[in-house]
Design a protein around this ligand. Structure first.
Ligand SMILES: Cc1cc2nc3c(=O)[nH]c(=O)nc-3n(C[C@H](O)[C@H](O)[C@H](O)COP(=O)(O)O)c2cc1C
Length: 207
């Protein structure tokens, strides 16, 4: 996990893809600000852009962030390299438990396999994935994961990391699905949604 931090800090001094372009400005010199005294030398405002700790920002984002290596082949890939605090809170895992693990630890009975296949295809085709599926917290509780996933590319255009921005949208969806059931009590998708939550309640009660 320390590697990712180092990578972010290093990027601060480079001109990498994905970072905002370095703006340049024209400075005024001399006592009188006449047009003739405009210094034409352009300076780069590096310090203004990168003089903060990327790691602290990542750790305090409200959305879960997961970074993996850029391999997709099971069973080892994609290997989890970093998750932020919001991600740990959402899933119930501790950082020490994630060493050598893949995001598959979140999958279970109701995880949408077709969606995962489409994720793989998108990443291979260098596209951005967006989708929702049931995932499972460490204690087995299902939650609806909404996530974007994409590659971060190195200077030679090769994927070096996969990044996922993830959030639990179970409550939001429960509201939507409740409304749908009010309009149409036969709504199969809405019924299936609540069946998953009901199943978990029964498991908890039994255990
Ligand atoms: C950055 C990243 C984050 C991922 N996060 C999740 C996740 O939260 N939940 C999930 O079910 N799969 C997630 N996956 C997908 C799995 O790791 C895996 O790629 C997927 O199961 C398809 O591969 P498989 O068919 O070999 O299992 C993620 C993949 C990547 C690259």
């Amino acid at each position: 996990m320390a590697n990712v931090r180092a990578a972010h800090v290093r990027r601060g001094s480079g001109s990498h893809e994905g970072l905002p372009p370095r703006p340049t400005c024209v400075i005024l010199t001399g006592k009188r600000r006449s047009p003739q005294r405009v210094c034409r030398a352009k300076i780069t405002i590096t310090t203004m852009q990168f003089k903060f700790d990327w790691f602290i920002v990542l750790e305090n984002l409200r959305r879960g962030i997961m970074v993996t290596d850029a391999t997709l082949d099971p069973p080892a890939g994609p290997r989890i390299l970093y998750v932020n605090r919001a991600w740990l809170k959402m899933t119930g895992y501790g950082r020490e438990e994630l060493s050598g693990k893949t995001p598959r630890i979140l999958q279970g009975r109701h995880t949408d396999r077709a969606l995962l296949r489409s994720l793989k295809v998108k990443l291979i085709n260098r596209e951005v994935f967006h989708g929702q599926t049931w995932n499972y917290r460490k204690n087995g509780e299902p939650f609806l994961m909404n996530w974007y996933c994409y590659a971060i590319y190195g200077e030679r255009g090769k994927a070096i990391y996969y990044v996922a921005e993830q959030e639990d949208v179970t409550e939001l969806n429960a509201l939507r699905m409740r409304q749908r059931l009010l309009v149409n009590p036969q709504d199969e998708e809405a019924a299936a949604f609540f069946a998953v939550l009901k199943e978990w309640k029964a498991i908890r009660k039994a255990g």
